[in-house]
Structure formats: C-alpha cells, structure tokens
Design a protein around this ligand. Structure first.
Ligand code: SF4
Length: 126
C-alpha cells in the first residue's frame, strides 16, 4: 500500500519494501524508540504479562522518558522486539506511535536524504 501524506515530499510504499529490507528502521547504530505508559500497557497485555515485568524486560528510562530496550549483537543495535529470524517486528500490531508514523517524521520532512538511503519504500514525489 502506498502512503501519501500531505506536506511530505515523498511517498512510502510498504507492500514489498518491508518484506525485503531486513528491518533497517528497527536496527542500526542505536537510538530510541519512545513509548508512553499507555503503549507500554497495551504491549504488555498483548504479551500476556503485567506492565511492571514488561518495563523491567523491555523498557529503559532515558532523560525522564521511556524507550524500548535494544539488544546489541555483533556490534549492531536491534530493537528488543525485532525478530532477526524473520526480519520483522514481533509486536507489529501493538508497535508504538513512533513506529506507526515512520517514515513521516518531522526530521525527514525537509531533508529526506538520510531516509532515502535507509528505506527502500520511500520515493520522492514527482
Ligand atoms: S517496536 Fe517493532 S517496529 Fe518498532 S522499532 Fe521495535 S521492532 Fe521495529
């Protein structure tokens, strides 16, 4: 499906790109996947555990905010919910807002070059 968000200079087609890219938006040099308490609780419920245990296993506190933990494997950082075996998010239906809104982030709006290098499904509008 092609997503075309007004005010952004590019479109995003997730129909084929996400299946073959290997999750470039969920792995790399390290970063933050911000979550709020409500999202954390939904994800915990989907996994069938309480939010306290979920936070302990999968969440870290950074400068007063909550971010999903990363796993570092052979020097590469992976979101703790990235399933390396299949190359996809293991909590896709409950993924946080930050992941749902990718690649339509303000930081890419005026400078999509970094995004074009990273995401196979992004195409500049003509
Ligand atoms: S929650 Fe899912 S979509 Fe979001 S970064 Fe982690 S693996 Fe990727």
């Amino acid at each position: 499906m092609t997503h075309n968000t007004e005010n952004f200079p590019y479109t995003f087609d997730d129909s084929a790109a996400c299946a073959v890219c290997g999750g470039r938006c969920c792995r790399g040099k390290g970063g933050y996947v911000w979550v709020i308490q409500e999202e954390l609780e939904k994800m915990a419920a989907a996994l069938g555990i309480n939010s306290g245990l979920f936070a302990k296993c999968y969440v870290r506190r950074v400068q007063g905010r909550l971010s999903l933990q990363e796993r570092v494997i052979s020097g590469e950082h992976f979101c703790c919910f990235f399933d390396r075996a299949v190359g996809l998010c293991s909590v896709y239906e409950q993924r946080p807002e930050q992941c749902r809104t990718f690649p339509f982030w303000e930081r890419f709006k005026n400078d999509p070059q970094e995004l074009l290098r990273e995401c196979l499904g992004v195409e500049i509008k003509r």
